[in-house]
Design a protein around this ligand. Structure first.
Ligand code: ADP
Length: 397
C-alpha cells in the first residue's frame, strides 16, 4: 500500500467517525476501508458494563474474512479482551507453534487494544486473523490509531447521552417550577370562592333569601369538589411516582365501563354530546375503577378543551388488542406540544381553562400498568384523538 493510499484511508476513517452520530453505522461503513488498512478476519468491540466494573459486553462483532460463516462461530477473543481490560495494555496472542496446523480457524492470531477516554478505560478492540500472518509493527500502530478513534467515538456517545439526560432534567425542573406557580394559583382560586361566599353568608347583619343562600352554597359545594379533585390528582401522581398506587385486577367488561364513564360525564357536562359504536367486548382482567377514571378524564378534557364539539367513541378488537378511540373536533394540539402532553404538569399554554397538567400523566400511567398504551393524534383546527390500546387477555371466568 502506498503512503498516499494509507493517508487517504486514515482520513476516511477519521472523517466517517467525526460525522456519524450512530457508532454502529460508522463501523459498518468503515469495515471495507479497515480491511484494506490491514487484513483481519474478525473484529469485535467490548465495552465495560457501567455498573459492574469486572463485566464486559460484546457490543459489535463482524466476520469479514474468507470463510465468513465458519469464522462467525469461532472465538471472538473475549478472554483476550478481558486481559486487555485487566492489564490496561495491548495484548497480542499468537498460536502455539508446536500445534500441527490443520483447520485455519483453530489458529487465531489475536490483537487486543485498550479503548481509553478521558473517563478512563472503557473497553477493548479485538482483531482476529485465522492462520496468520502475525501483526507487523506498522499494522499495530494503525490498529492503535483505530482504537483511539473508536474510543473518542464512544466518549462522544457517552457525553451525548449525558447532555440528553441533563436536558430532560432541566425540562423537568422547569415543569415543576411552573407547576408550583400553577398549583398555588389553582388551589387559591377555589379557596378564595369558598372563603368569600362563606364569609358573606356568615355576616350577621345580612339577611339572605333562600334562593341566594342556595346559590352561594352551590358555588361553595362545586368549588369544594374542584379543590378535592385537584388534591386527589396531586396525591395520585405522587403515589404513581413512588409506585404505591395499587391496581386491583378483576374480570371486567370494558364496554360497560365506557358506558358508565359516559353517563357520569354527561351528568356533569350537560352539553356533552357523545356518539358511540360501543360493541360488546369480552371480559378482560383490569382495574375497573382506574379505567373508568381514565375514560372520565378523556371526556372531561374533551368538555374542557373542545367545548361544543361532540365526542366520537370508536371501539375495535384486533385479535389480541382492544382499541378505544376518543375523538373530538376541538381546536387540536399544536405539533410542538403534542409529544409532551402526557408528561407530568405539562399544559399547552394559551387555553386559559383550569387544570393541573396531571390528568393525562395519570391516565398514561394507569394504562401502562395494564400493559397497554395511550397515545394522541391531533391536527390544529380539526380536533384530537386519544387512542387507548389494551391487551385482550382472556380471563378464566
Ligand atoms: P389538565 O387538563 O389538568 O391541564 P391534562 O394532563 O389532562 O391536564 O392535559 C394536558 C394538556 O393537554 C391540557 O392542559 C391541554 O392543553 C391538552 N389537552 C388535553 N386534552 C385535550 C383535547 N381534547 N383537546 C385539546 N387539548 C387537550
Amino acid at each position: 500500500m502506498t503512503d498516499e493510499t494509507k493517508i487517504d484511508d486514515y482520513l476516511e476513517i477519521a472523517e466517517v467517525i467525526a460525522v456519524n452520530a450512530d457508532w454502529k453505522k460508522a463501523l459498518d461503513v468503515l469495515l471495507p476501508t479497515l480491511r484494506s488498512f490491514f487484513l483481519f478476519d474478525n473484529l469485535a468491540l467490548y465495552l465495560k458494563e457501567k455498573e459492574q466494573i469486572n463485566l464486559i459486553d460484546i457490543v459489535y462483532a463482524r466476520a469479514v474474512g474468507r470463510g465468513k460463516s465458519a469464522e462467525a462461530d469461532v472465538d471472538w477473543g473475549q478472554e483476550i479482551a478481558a486481559q486487555v481490560l485487566d492489564k490496561d495494555e495491548m495484548v497480542v496472542k499468537i498460536p502455539d507453534s508446536t500445534t500441527p496446523r490443520t483447520e485455519r480457524t483453530s489458529f487465531p492470531y489475536f490483537l487486543g487494544l485498550p479503548l481509553r477516554t478521558s473517563q478512563g478505560l472503557i473497553g477493548a478492540l479485538l482483531f482476529v486473523r485465522f492462520g496468520g500472518p502475525g501483526y507487523t509493527k506498522e499494522q499495530i500502530r494503525s490498529a492503535r490509531f483505530l482504537a483511539a478513534q473508536f474510543a473518542s467515538m464512544f466518549e462522544r456517545r457517552l457525553l451525548y447521552g449525558e447532555v440528553v439526560a441533563l436536558q430532560d432534567a432541566r425540562r423537568q425542573i422547569n415543569l415543576q417550577e411552573d407547576f408550583i406557580a400553577t398549583i398555588s394559583h389553582e388551589l387559591r382560586t377555589p379557596l378564595g370562592f369558598i372563603k368569600g361566599y362563606t364569609t358573606t353568608l356568615l355576616r350577621s347583619e345580612a339577611n339572605w333569601d333562600d334562593e341566594t343562600r342556595n346559590e352561594f352554597l352551590t358555588i361553595i359545594d362545586e368549588e369544594t369538589d374542584h379543590l378535592a379533585s385537584l388534591i386527589d390528582h396531586m396525591l395520585e401522581s405522587a403515589r404513581l411516582q413512588s409506585q404505591t398506587l395499587m391496581m386491583k385486577f378483576q374480570p371486567v367488561r370494558l364496554d360497560l365501563l365506557l358506558r358508565d364513564a359516559m353517563v357520569r360525564s354527561q351528568a356533569r357536562y350537560k352539553d356533552l354530546q357523545v356518539n358511540t359504536n360501543i360493541i360488546k367486548l369480552p371480559l378482560i382482567l383490569a382495574d375497573g375503577v382506574r379505567l373508568t377514571q381514565v375514560f372520565q378524564n378523556l371526556f372531561t378534557n374533551a368538555a374542557k378543551y373542545a367545548p361544543g364539539s361532540p365526542v366520537d367513541i370508536h371501539v375495535r378488537q384486533d385479535g389480541e388488542k382492544i382499541r378505544i378511540e376518543f375523538s373530538d373536533q376541538g381546536p387540536g394540539i399544536p405539533p410542538e406540544h403534542l409529544p409532551y402532553i402526557f408528561d407530568k404538569f405539562y399544559r399547552v399554554p394559551g387555553y386559559g381553562t383550569s387544570g393541573s397538567g396531571l390528568g393525562l400523566f395519570i391516565c398514561g400511567e394507569i394504562i401502562k400498568a395494564h400493559q397497554g398504551t395511550l397515545s394522541a393524534q391531533s391536527e390544529v383546527g380539526k380536533g384530537t384523538t386519544f387512542i387507548i390500546e389494551l391487551p385482550a387477555r382472556k380471563t378464566a371466568t
